[in-house]
Design a protein. Structure first.
Length: 358
C-alpha cells in the first residue's frame, strides 16, 4: 500500500504539515536531486555546483512569486516544516524542467512515461480513465506518497506525488483528473514548472479552466498533459515552453510517450534526444491495448502495460539505483474521484484503490 497523508488549510498550512510529516524523505529527495543534476552534468563534460543550482532555483522562484504566490506559500510551508531552504524544496520539484534548460542537446533519453486516455465507451463501468507508468530514477520510488488535500479555497483533491513535491497525477472533487509525461523542447527557459501547472489545474472547478491552467503563459519547458473529467471530456495536450497543441479524445484509446506527435511542434523538439525507447513504447502500448479484451478496467490496463518487449526500450522498466524505473503505475477515475495505483513496475502486482473520501 502507498503511504497516505492528509493535508488541510491554507497553502502554507498544508505545506507545513507536509514538511513536518515527511521531513526525512524530503531531505533525502532534495539531496538526491542535487546529486543527480551534478552527476548528469559531469557525465557530459560540464561542472555544475550546488551554488549554481540554488541560483537557478532563486531565478525560477521569483517568477512563481509573481505569477503563483499561493504556490510559493505552499513550498515555503514544506521548507519550514522540513527544516530546509525553499531553494532545496524547489530544486527537488523542478529537476525535470531544469534539466531541459541545462542540458539541451544531450544525446540521451533522461526519463519517460507511457501515458493513455481511455474513453468511456471502452470501459467496464462507463467511466473515462486516464493513466500512466511514472518513470523516474529508481531512488524516487521510496518517497512516493498519496496526498489527500482539503484547501480552505477550491476543490479537494487526491494526488500522487513524491515527498516535498506538488502534484504529479491526481483527481479532484469537481471530477477532473490530470497526468503528464515528459517532452524535450528547444525553447525551455526560466518559467513556471510543470508540477505547479498540474497543481493549478487541480484547483479548478471546470475542465476548460483546468486545461487553460496547463497552457497559460510563462511555462518553463514542455510536457505532455492528460486532462479528463467525469462527463467524458478527454484531451491530450502537448506543450513546449511557448506553444501547445490539443488533441481531443472522444472514443477508444489514446496513447502517448515522450516525443511530439503534433507536426507543428515537432519543429521545436530537441533533435539530439534518443528516440528509440519513446517510439518503441508508443507502438508497443498501442499494440498491447488493442490486444487487451475490452471493456477495460484499471487492472486490465495494468496488465496491458506490464510489457517487457524490447528489453531496455520497454514500457515496464526495472532500473535500480539511479537508472530509469517505472516507480509507480496509476489509473485515474475522475467520475469515481479515485486513483488506482501501485508502487513499482506494473508487472509486479495488482492495483489498490485510493478514494478522495477515504
Amino acid at each position: 500500500m502507498l503511504r497516505e497523508i492528509h493535508l488541510s488549510g491554507t497553502p502554507y498550512a498544508m505545506g507545513l504539515e507536509h514538511g513536518q510529516q515527511l521531513r526525512d524523505e524530503i531531505h533525502h529527495l532534495a539531496l538526491e536531486r542535487y546529486e543527480l543534476a551534478r552527476d548528469f552534468a559531469a557525465a557530459r563534460g560540464a561542472r555544475l555546483t550546488r551554488q549554481q543550482c540554488e541560483e537557478m532555483a532563486r531565478q525560477h522562484l521569483s517568477i512563481h512569486q509573481q505569477q503563483m504566490p499561493h504556490v510559493i506559500e505552499e513550498w515555503q510551508g514544506i521548507a519550514d516544516g522540513a527544516g530546509l531552504p525553499i531553494e532545496d524544496v524547489f530544486f527537488a520539484n523542478a529537476l525535470t524542467d531544469l534539466q531541459d534548460v541545462l542540458w539541451q542537446a544531450a544525446d540521451v533519453e533522461v526519463h519517460g512515461c507511457t501515458s493513455f486516455l481511455v474513453a468511456a465507451d471502452t470501459t467496464r463501468d462507463g467511466n473515462p480513465l486516464a493513466g500512466q507508468t511514472w518513470d523516474m530514477h529508481a531512488t524516487a520510488q521510496p518517497v512516493i506518497t498519496i496526498f489527500h488535500r482539503t484547501p480552505d479555497n477550491g476543490p479537494r483533491s487526491l494526488v500522487l506525488s513524491t515527498a516535498g513535491c506538488l502534484t504529479l497525477i491526481g483527481v479532484n472533487e469537481a471530477g477532473i483528473s490530470v497526468g503528464n509525461n515528459n517532452l524535450r523542447p528547444t525553447d525551455a527557459r526560466p518559467g513556471i514548472i510543470y508540477l505547479a501547472l498540474l497543481h493549478e489545474a487541480l484547483a479548478q472547478e471546470s475542465w476548460d479552466d483546468a486545461a487553460a491552467a496547463l497552457i497559460g503563459p510563462g511555462r518553463a519547458s514542455g510536457h505532455n498533459y492528460l486532462v479528463a473529467n467525469s462527463d467524458g471530456q478527454l484531451a491530450n495536450i502537448e506543450t513546449t515552453a511557448t506553444e501547445h497543441d490539443l488533441f481531443p479524445v472522444e472514443t477508444g484509446v489514446y496513447v502517448h510517450t515522450n516525443h511530439y506527435l503534433s507536426e507543428r511542434l515537432q519543429a521545436l523538439e530537441d533533435p539530439q534526444t534518443d528516440p528509440s525507447s519513446t517510439r518503441h513504447r508508443l507502438k508497443r502500448a498501442g499494440q498491447r491495448l488493442a490486444q487487451e479484451q475490452q471493456p477495460f478496467t484499471p487492472e486490465s490496463l495494468r496488465l496491458a502495460l506490464s510489457d517487457h518487449d524490447g528489453d531496455d526500450l520497454c514500457i515496464c522498466r526495472h532500473g535500480t539505483e539511479r537508472n530509469v524505473r517505472s516507480c509507480a503505475f496509476v489509473v485515474a477515475d475522475p467520475a469515481g474521484q479515485s486513483l488506482w495505483a501501485r508502487l513499482g513496475p506494473p508487472c509486479e502486482g495488482t492495483l489498490e484503490k485510493y478514494s478522495l473520501d477515504a
